[in-house]
Ligand binder design. Structure first.
Ligand code: KIV
Length: 275
């Protein structure tokens, strides 16, 4: 295991991501919702930290991302940005925060930047949200798109299965990616589409694509951090590579602590103060 600090300590910006695409350098991204995890991710040299609305599921235990509120997103964004020095921090716009018109969307994007200290926001959707994307970009706020599987639309899909497996839907996803770029998006997350489609999208855009479950052909990759740390034994899709087995490690740590307390073995002399 490498404990080396990244040699490139330059602050990651949206411009830097474009340069990375042009230079063929892959972008690494992970999600974060709390201070300590965000600090560790940043110190490891990850380029982008997404304060994802996946917090609704992996942090708060909801079945979907839909219940996430602006107040909750602001809270998570604030604690993450407090920890991060190098990575670009993107905050998700939660369900309902950009669906009621451009004015409200801009108002909420400004809150995430001003109160949350995010450096960009992410919205799910394609051509239909482009007027909103343009409005937010016009205000000087960088916008990341999100196409393919859009978890906020789960009740429309009825399933989390791969999107774009049929030619019509694949073409629509490609068109949506281009529309987002034309509307001013600086990057596009491509979720759960066949790898060949992700390659076509990546080749047709000047802005970087960041894939999740979209194969190795994107300009960058993102994973949900608790998933890649192996914290959820119930969720093991094929696209998640597990870099740790934290569920097992945490379970045995909790069991060992319980055992030590019950046995009167914790705290010992060295763990106690004297007058
Ligand atoms: O909310 C999230 O974590 C995301 C990733 C799946 C990209 O949007």
């Amino acid at each position: 295991m490498s404990t080396e600090r990244p040699t490139d300590t330059r602050k990651v910006t949206t411009l830097r991501l474009t340069e990375m695409k042009q230079a063929g350098e892959k972008v690494s991204a992970l999600t974060a919702y709390d201070f300590l995890t965000a600090r560790l991710i940043d110190q490891a040299g990850i380029d982008v930290i997404l304060v994802g609305d996946s917090a609704s599921m992996v942090f708060a235990g909801n079945d979907t991302t839909l219940p996430m509120t602006m107040e909750e997103m602001l809270y998570h964004t604030r604690v993450v940005t407090r920890a991060v020095k190098r990575a670009l921090v993107i905050a998700d716009m939660p369900f309902g925060s950009y669906h009621e018109g451009a004015d409200k969307a801009l108002h909420n994007a400004i809150k995430l930047m001003k109160e949350g200290r995010a450096e960009a926001v992410k919205l799910e959707g394609g051509a239909s949200i482009c007027p909103i994307v343009e409005r937010i970009v016009d205000a000087g706020i960088p916008v990341c798109g999100h196409i393919g599987l859009q978890p906020q639309s789960i009740h429309t899909y009825g399933t989390y299965k791969t999107r774009g497996t049929q030619p019509d839907e694949a073409q629509a996803i490609l068109d949506n990616a281009r529309a987002l770029q034309d509307a001013g998006a600086f990057a596009v997350v491509v979720e759960k589409v066949p790898k060949d489609l992700a390659v076509r999208i990546t080749a047709s855009l000047e802005v970087p694509t960041i894939g999740i479950g979209a194969g190795g052909g994107c300009d960058g990759q993102i994973l949900v951090t608790p998933d890649m740390l192996g914290m959820n034994r119930q969720f093991q899709p094929r696209f998640v590579r597990r870099y740790a087995k934290l569920a097992e490690d945490m379970h045995s740590a909790f069991q060992n602590y319980h055992h030590d307390v019950r046995a009167g073995d914790f705290p010992n002399e060295g763990e106690s103060y004297t007058a």
